[in-house]
Design a protein around this ligand. Sequence first.
Ligand code: SAM
Length: 265
Amino acid sequence: MARASGSAARRRALGQNFLVDADVARRTVAAATLRPGERVLEIGPGHGVLTRVLLGAGARVVAVEIDEKLAGALERSQLPNLTVIESDFLRLDLAELPPEPLVVVANLPYSSGTAIVERLVETRDRFPRIVVMLQREVAERLCAEPSSRAYGGLTVLTGLWASASLVLTVPASAFRPVPKVESAVVRLDVAASPRVPVASPSDFRRVVRAAFSQRRKMLRNTLGAVFGSATEDVLARAGIEPTRRAETLSLAEFATLADEATARA
Ligand code: SAM
C-alpha cells in the first residue's frame, strides 16, 4: 500500500495518486525507447515506482518532486544515478537541470498535468521526447484529430511542435488512492522547428486562443478579436468559410491565419 504524505487535501491538490501496477510502470518506461547514456527528467517521482524502473533500464535520472517528505525519502534511498531536486516544476529555474537534452518520463499530477506539458513543449529544445501519464481526457485532447470532440486549443498549440501518440490507457485501479478518473500514457515527439511553417509562433498562439475562446461560435465572430473588421476578408483569402468553427481547422489552416496576423501587425 502506498504511503501517504501530508493531509488528504494536500495530497489531492498535489495529485498524489501513486502507481501500484508494475506492468504499467514497465510499459510507460518502454514507450520512451531510451538509448544508452540518455538522461531522463522525471517530474513527480513520489515513492519512486517509475524511478526504479528507469534506473533499472540504465537511465541517469533527475527527479523533481514538490513534496518535501517524498523528495527527502527518495534522496535518502541513495539510489545510484539518481539526482533529486525538491521543487515545484512549474517554478523551477531550468538552469538547475543538466544542460543536455532530457527525455521526460513521468506520471503527472492531475491538478497540473496540462500546465506541465505546456511548459515542457514550450521549452522544446530541452525535451525532445516526452512520455507522460495524464488524466485520460487530457491525453485524448493531446492526440485528437480535427472535428473530434477532444480537439481544442491544447491539441493545436502542442501539435505545432510535437506529434502525439496514445501509448496505453490505465484504469483507476492501477493507483492508490484510487482516483475518480482513468489515465492514459501519451508520447510526444518534439520537433526543433514548427511542424507546419509559421512566421510567428506567438501570432499562432494568439489566433488559436481567439478561435477557441468560444468553441461553439463561428470563426467570423471569434477571430474578430485578432482581425477586427478585416476578419471576413482574411478568411476569404485563406480559403476558409467564415461559418466554420475552430474545431474543424487543421494545423496548416491555423498557420495560414497566423501568418495573416503577422503580416498585419
Ligand atoms: N511517480 C509517482 C508514481 O507514479 O507513483 C507519483 C505520481 S503522482 C500522480 C504525482 C507526483 O507529482 C506526486 O509525487 C506529487 O507530489 C508530485 N507533484 C505534484 N505537483 C508537482 C509539481 N508542480 N512539481 C513537481 N512535483 C509535483
